[in-house]
Design a protein around this ligand. Structure first.
Ligand code: SAH
Length: 381
């Protein structure tokens, strides 16, 4: 690696004017919405009514908001709920239990979200940026670079939209209610810090202000932007932090997660342990298993020594294929030995399932290509 990636600088702060979308109800807290409605010449209580449709009933069609006066329904709901995400394509696999949605944003940018149904819960994996600036060489999103930050409402709307899909019973064999949100889609959430934190506040606020999810059911995954991790710890939110470690030593991590050139393994782990201490939440350590790259027994032992006795859980991710990648997933026996050594060191460890691989919807595969010819599992959007 020769150059440092650009880190947590918002593209807006670099002097470019990214094309941010129109203001939407989900950008604002309830007092903000009341002010917005008042600006439109409507009584403030309408903010709560429209919020209740959007967050409480997952309804966005003004025609269904019959408690609003017919004369102003379209104008009011249309202004508070401008279309942010236009579905371009929805792909399903695992008998409909995994669904990837591709959206077009108002400026033509493409982003993806993934809905995953399990017997006891429904999880949505959402994007925080169009593209990503972190340049991890094994991740498809990282290859294309950053287009722009998503707005708070563009982030929230992915979850609300897919909560509506789940509520329609589309995810067979799962509860109808969205319960978990993971910021593991496209983008580095902590590089779009203020909008992501505002989005989390909308997701956890009780209806009608927000979606009413449990903070403990929200996971923010980061490459390890140390100052932002420390700031997140001070937000009075107890969301789960997931740290994309992928190597226990700086030499390899400098290559796999280039931001490591700025914040080293020891610094990022210190920030993670401080986060765990402040929030009481166990930190999830993500480790993609890459054949002959980071899967050696000695690296398992080193990782075990770094994590032993800490409030941490290791989530090993079998490397998912990405276009043009020179790397493969570790063979299963190598993976099992890695798990064995970590557990022997007293570190709780699981292997993540590879949901959505066939539809390029698994970790690191989101690249938002519209023209990829993916198999005839196309569902209706
Ligand atoms: N930018 C954030 C969140 C997005 S990715 C982050 O890096 O944490 C979610 C997880 O998928 C991260 O741990 C990421 O490193 C991992 N990942 C990326 N590409 C992958 C691939 N090809 N196979 C398996 N995991 C991958």
């Amino acid at each position: 690696m020769t150059s440092l990636p650009l880190i947590p600088v918002d593209p807006d702060a670099r002097g470019r004017r990214p094309a941010m979308p129109p203001r939407h109800l989900a950008d604002l807290d309830l007092p903000g919405r009341q002010a917005f409605v008042t600006e439109l010449g409507e009584p403030a209580f309408r903010a709560k009514q429209v919020s209740n449709h959007y967050f409480g009933r997952l309804v966005r069609d003004p025609g269904q908001m019959t408690d609003l006066p017919a004369a102003t329904r379209e104008r009011l709901a249309g202004t508070l709920l401008p279309t942010l995400l236009t579905p371009v394509r929805e792909l399903a696999c695992d008998d409909g239990a995994t669904r990837k949605a591709l959206w077009r944003l108002h400026d033509g940018s493409l982003v993806e979200s993934v809905l995953m149904g399990y017997p006891d819960r429904v999880t949505v994996c959402i994007s925080s940026q169009a593209g990503c600036g972190m340049a991890c060489p094994f991740c498809a999103t990282g290859q294309a670079g950053l287009t722009r930050n998503l707005s708070t409402a563009e982030i929230v709307d992915q979850a609300v939209y897919l909560a509506g899909v789940a509520a329609s019973g589309a995810v067979a064999g799962s509860p109808p209610r969205l319960s978990h949100v993971v910021f593991m889609g496209m983008g580095e959430p902590l590089a779009n810090y203020s909008r992501v934190v505002a989005a989390i506040r909308r997701l956890v606020a009780p209806a009608p202000e927000g979606l009413g999810l449990s903070q403990r059911h929200i996971t923010v995954s980061t490459v390890g932007l140390v100052p932002a991790i420390r700031r997140l710890a001070s937000e009075d939110l107890s969301v789960t932090l997931a740290l994309s470690l992928h190597a226990p030593d700086d030499e390899l991590r400098d290559e796999l997660v280039p931001v490591n050139q700025r914040w080293k393994v020891s610094e990022v782990l210190d920030a993670a342990w401080d986060y765990a201490a402040t929030t009481g939440r166990r930190v999830s350590i993500e480790y993609a298993m890459i054949k002959d790259v980071n899967d050696q027994p000695w690296r398992a032992d080193l990782l075990g020594r770094l994590l032993a006795g800490k409030l941490a859980h290791v989530n090993l991710i079998p490397l998912n294929p990405t276009p043009g990648s020179r790397w493969d997933a570790s063979p299963k026996p190598v993976e099992r030995e890695f798990v064995r050594r970590l557990r022997e060191a007293g570190v709780s460890t699981t292997v993540r399932d590879t949901r959505g691989r066939e539809i390029d919807g698994a970790c690191g595969q989101l690249a938002a290509a519209e023209d990829r010819d993916i198999e005839p599992r196309t569902a209706t959007a």
